[in-house]
Design a protein around this ligand. Structure first.
Ligand code: ADP
Length: 163
């Protein structure tokens, strides 16, 4: 059984993420979407909210599971029996950081391979931070986030801006 991990902070999940998850789910028997807690100090969505949003947005994929990352990704992968990490690449600007991370993860867990999947061109400009920025001022984010979670994401971003 082949098992891959799609890691990220998903604050919030975007159509760019879903595109990578969906394509990974076609290549592997099982895909674990792993949410990391720590990238932003003040995330727009709590860990529980991100789990809920991702679970809703990936419900239609039978072989995708959503989990929280506690501890090191390299250790988690070992315990979960996953030997592949899939990272989406939007532009060369993503590459340097991702390359460094891939080498560190390989050092921590020599069985762990990182594969880079190029984004579909229509998602090249899309990032969670862009969605947060546009959404917090009440801008239209309907093309950027999955329709199943659009309303919740919109509401939360505007609310957060007013806090
Ligand atoms: P972001 O960079 O949007 O804050 P994350 O930290 O949650 O996203 O990223 C998780 C993974 O998803 C990373 O591998 C990242 O490169 C990838 N990713 C994010 N947005 C896109 C996109 N629009 N197209 C392809 N991959 C993406």
């Amino acid at each position: 059984m082949t098992r891959a991990i799609c890691p990220g902070s998903f604050d919030p999940v975007t159509n760019g993420h879903i595109n990578i998850i969906e394509r990974s789910a076609r290549l592997f028997d099982e895909v674990l979407v792993l949410i990391s807690a720590n990238s932003a100090k003040d995330p727009a969505f709590t860990m529980e909210e991100r789990v809920e949003l991702l679970t809703k947005a990936t419900r239609r994929f039978a072989n995708v599971r959503v989990e929280k990352l506690e501890g090191l990704l390299a250790d988690y992968a070992h315990k979960a029996g996953a030997d592949t990490l899939i990272k989406g690449l939007r532009a060369v600007t993503d590459f340097e950081y991702e390359f460094q991370l891939a080498l560190i993860n390989k050092k921590l867990n020599p069985h762990l391979e990182t594969l880079f999947m190029t984004t579909d061109p229509q998602y090249m400009y899309l990032s969670s931070s862009m969605v947060r920025e546009v959404g917090s001022y009440g801008g239209d984010i309907s093309e950027f986030v999955p329709s199943e979670i659009l309303e919740e994401v919109q509401k939360r971003l505007v609310q957060k801006q007013e806090e």
